[in-house]
Design a protein around this ligand. Structure first.
Ligand SMILES: Nc1nc2c(ncn2[C@@H]2O[C@H](COP(=O)(O)OP(=O)(O)OP(=O)(O)O)[C@@H](O)[C@H]2O)c(=O)[nH]1
Ligand SMILES: [Mg+2]
Length: 431
């Protein structure tokens, strides 16, 4: 967040606070309320008792969630948001305009999940007091001065009661529609740019007084108020979609590797937990082929017990097509490091280590035990996972690494495309 600090008159400096990365947030959203209908009558010179001409209220705006590749964090999200209310109807038959939709932009890879609340105990139906009755009426009706509500001249029909009956029937239908259309526990995964869905619908606008015109009642003096917009509480979880996910212990050289193969340049330093939030970089090939790589903070033993930075950031590599274990081969026990990483991945999500993987034996340039450790690691891993020795810092053998990664990603993309086509064909056959 940028903060402007005034120093002296005419002097100012800009202070950049630590940037925050937000990948999980709870949001309360509300669709806009509908505008109220209007009670009005045509009034013109030489035209006594003109017909009713109140306009209907406009619909409330919807709250829409849209995925965009221009965003990479949820930090700009507010905790409460609501769409605009519809405009009230006006005289001379002018209907209110619809409330503006609220479009919430979230990064591609965001999962939207509805927070389910325990159903509250049904309120014991209290006796409807006169005050309560009056309150309910005010919440539903817009009344013209001197509108007859309860009393009607003797021997005449109470038109207001008739209108109330009409609205009760509509309310019953409305409640039934809500029940049948109720979307049980929203869970939407926004995986494509511009993919969107309506989170909360705006309320319908109220009716103007011409709606209650009947052959008997030629001057209805009431209109209805707009309905309330839908309300929902959802949690948004960002699960980055990258082709390759880098996992490794702190200081293994993940960020150095990312900056040597992609266009991202995260901070690199020889102390643990240099990286505090995920970075995604794009690897560009000469023929314009691209693949994305995600670097996350280092994992340590016990991360599943929230040791270090914990497991939370694993959600950013969970969807990667290929997991790349970045191992420091100049360290004392590279195979143990690999085992720790695999254990932590399994503790986060059982079966995650079955994902296609590759080992990057980093810091192979270091003199000392690196060479021996590499040979030992190759023996211990026993060709179950391919190993590519590199020096990320001096950019040695990284071209080989990028070409191996490309080959594997290409194969997986082709397979995914084929399964997608098969699914589409199956669906077409069904219909
Ligand atoms: N000699 C040598 N040093 C390297 C190599 N790769 C990384 N380093 C150094 O190792 C240190 C840690 O590198 P980082 O890229 O910050 O490590 P990291 O895995 O991102 O660490 P965290 O973000 O803390 O998890 C830095 O001082 C790098 O210069 C390499 O291939 N050879
Ligand atoms: Mg790092």
């Amino acid at each position: 967040m940028w903060k402007r600090i005034m120093l002296k008159k005419g002097q100012c400096s800009i202070n950049c606070e630590e940037k925050q990365f937000v990948d999980f947030i709870r949001v309360k959203a509300k669709g806009g309320d509908g505008g109220d209908g209007c009670v009005s009558f045509q009034r013109e010179k030489y035209l006594a008792k003109g017909p009713p001409n109140g306009g209907n209220g406009g619909r409330g705006g919807n709250v829409i969630i849209r995925a965009t590749s221009d965003e990479s964090t949820l930090k700009r999200m507010g905790r409460m948001c609501s769409a605009k209310r519809g405009q009230n109807g006006l005289g001379a038959g002018r209907h209110g305009t619809m409330g503006e939709h609220l479009v919430i932009q979230v990064p591609v890879g965001t999962v939207v999940r509805e927070v389910t609340r325990e159903p509250e105990d049904e309120a014991i139906e209290a006796e409807v007091t006169a005050e309560e009755d009056q309150r309910q009426r005010e919440a539903r009706w817009v009344l013209y001065p001197r509108a007859e509500q309860d009393s009607a001249p003797e021997g005449r029909v109470n038109f207001f009661k008739q209108a109330e009956k009409l609205m009760d029937e509509e309310d019953r239908y409305y409640r039934w529609r809500l029940r049948t259309e109720k979307r049980e526990n929203i869970e939407v995964d926004l995986t494509e740019h511009n993919q969107e869905f309506i989170l909360c619908r705006g309320g319908a606008g109220g009716y103007g007084n011409p709606h209650f015109l009947t052959t008997e009642n030629r001057s209805p003096k009431w209109a209805t108020r707009g309905r309330k917009g839908e309300e929902r509480e959802v949690e948004l979880e960002l699960k980055t979609i990258a082709d390759i996910g880098l996992v490794g212990l702190p200081n293994a050289g993940k960020s150095t590797l990312l900056s040597s193969i992609s266009n991202a340049h995260p901070k690199q330093a020889d102390y643990p937990f240099t990286t505090l939030h995920p970075f995604v970089g794009t690897v560009d090939y000469a023929d314009q082929y691209q693949l994305t790589v995600a670097d996350i903070p280092g994992l340590i033993q016990g991360a599943h017990r929230n040791v270090g930075l914990g497991h939370a950031f694993l959600r950013h590599v969970e969807r990667a097509k290929i997991l790349v274990y970045v191992i420091d081969v100049s360290g004392p026990s590279p195979f143990e490091d690999l085992k720790t990483l695999q254990y932590e991945l399994e503790a986060y999500r059982p079966g995650l280590t079955k994902r296609q993987s590759l080992i990057v034996a980093n810091k192979a340039d270091k003199v000392g035990t690196a060479k021996e450790n590499l040979a030992l690691l190759q023996k211990q891993v026993n060709s179950s996972i391919p190993i590519v020795p590199v020096s990320a810092k001096y950019e040695k053998n990284v071209l080989k690494l990028t070409s191996v990664l490309r080959k594997e990603v290409e194969c997986i993309r082709i397979q995914e495309e084929e399964t997608r086509k098969m699914k589409m064909e199956e669906m077409n056959d069904e219909y």
